[in-house]
Design a protein around this ligand. Structure first.
Ligand SMILES: [Zn+2]
Length: 80
């Protein structure tokens, strides 16, 4: 998360192919952001799902964007 952005959500993994949110996941989703990604085994391009703050599955477009290396380094200076 870049320092000049508001909290968009969260990303975490599950050790199995089950990407359904747990009770603890739903409690977290309700507190921050509105885009929460859960990645399940085998951790490939199709083994993840995105949820809203109520835990309902939602579509999340995946974009292929190249970042300017200098711009990224400038943003990380604020984190360090
Ligand atoms: Zn979880």
């Amino acid at each position: 998360m870049m320092p000049n952005m508001s909290m968009a959500g969260s990303v975490h993994s599950h050790p199995t192919p089950n990407t359904n949110p747990s009770g603890a996941d739903l409690a977290l989703f309700a507190r921050i952001g509105d885009h929460h990604i859960i990645v399940g085994a085998p951790y490939n391009k199709r083994s993840w799902k995105c949820y809203d703050r109520q835990g309902k599955s939602r579509v999340l477009d995946v974009l292929d964007i190249e970042f300017d290396k200098d711009e990224i380094e400038d943003d990380f200076k604020w984190i360090i």
